[in-house]
Design a protein around this ligand. Structure first.
Ligand code: HEC
Length: 296
């Protein structure tokens, strides 16, 4: 305590060497809350300083004064006290021989463990998500630094478009992804993955979900194909109300479904081939329509 008083007196002495100084109350700015360690110390010494220096000393607790210290220091009447080490740019700094105050901006120079605070080395006020470059040396005794701020491991999503859903699912699961299935209208064959999200070679977290859009297969209406293709212009078929006579009456046809498909795909005689004009699904649909609706 005596040492601190001496330090204060010494560091303030040059300022007070002017005649008739101080002519106004001197303000000691304590950049910590009233009642804090530093505040208590300076309130203890204020009367002593008054006795030595004359005049009146007022203590002002100014939060965050560290940042704005210069403003206060320019008037020659206000002095910021601090717990900083001598040599720092903070006149008139006094070496704080007591416990370190709960500094709002902890300096890396004062990591002294205080009896009132837990010996957590990290000065960060919260669970900051950033991998903060803590000033603490590597061999930290704290068990706390969790691996959470480490960068998330990532995985490339394989390309599964065009595969069957089962194959795509197996491939994704082998890479650790979860799979979500969406059945969609598509011209692709039924059961085939037509869209994946995230897309091929995108980066995703392991264990995340990849949504696969799976084709329901084209839902083709055979009656519509029959009418729109013009089968009725050559064929009589009661279900369609057609009365064409170029080709055989389809109500009395006895061909199997595969045979009808072949007839439509390849044609024969006066009947054109429809392999180019109609899709496989459309050929299958119109064949099934004919076979199922013929009256015999
Ligand atoms: C231009 C006239 C024409 C059109 C259009 C046509 N066909 Fe034919 N179709 C024929 C003729 C002619 C035959 C007989 C061919 C033969 O004898 O080799 C035939 C045969 C068939 C047969 C075989 C019948 C049997 O039992 O022997 C089926 C089934 C058939 N057509 C279905 C269709 C369907 C379905 C369509 C529409 C996608 C269609 N046809 C369009 C003329 C046509």
């Amino acid at each position: 305590m005596r040492k601190l008083a001496a330090a204060l007196a010494v560091s303030l002495a040059p300022v007070f060497a002017f005649a008739a100084y101080p002519d106004r109350p001197i303000k000691l700015i304590v950049p910590w809350a009233a009642g804090g360690d530093t505040d208590v110390i300076y309130r203890t010494f204020a009367p002593l300083m008054q006795k030595h220096l004359g005049g009146t000393i007022v203590i002002a607790n100014v939060g965050g004064a560290s940042a704005s210290a210069d403003v206060h220091l320019r008037d020659g009447q206000s002095f910021r006290v601090s717990a900083e080490q001598p040599g720092q740019d903070a006149p008139p700094a006094c070496t704080n021989v007591g416990p370190a105050p709960p500094a709002p901006t902890p300096t890396p120079a004062a990591p002294t463990p205080t009896p009132t605070q837990s010996p957590v080395p990290s000065p960060s006020p919260g669970p900051s998500p950033s991998p903060a470059p803590t000033p603490s040396p590597a061999p930290s005794p704290s068990p706390a630094p969790s691996p959470s701020p480490q960068p998330q491991p990532t995985e490339l999503v394989p390309d599964v478009v065009g595969q069957t859903f089962e194959a795509a699912k197996a491939r994704l699961q082998s890479r650790g992804f979860a799979v979500n299935r969406r059945d969609v209208e598509s011209e692709g064959a039924a059961g085939i993955v037509v869209v994946q999200d995230p897309g091929a070679n995108e980066i995703a977290a392991p264990g995340s979900t990849v949504t696969l859009s799976v084709s329901k297969g084209m839902t083709v209406d055979g009656a519509t194909v029959y009418t729109s293709t013009g089968c009725g212009s050559c064929h009589t078929f009661s279900a369609a109300g057609s009365t064409g006579t170029v080709g055989p009456n389809l109500d009395t046809s006895t061909k199997t479904t595969p045979a009808v498909e072949a007839q439509v795909r390849n044609g024969s005689g006066a009947m054109p081939a429809y392999a180019d004009e109609l899709s496989d699904e459309e050929i299958a649909a119109v064949a099934a329509y004919v076979v199922q609706n013929r009256t015999g």
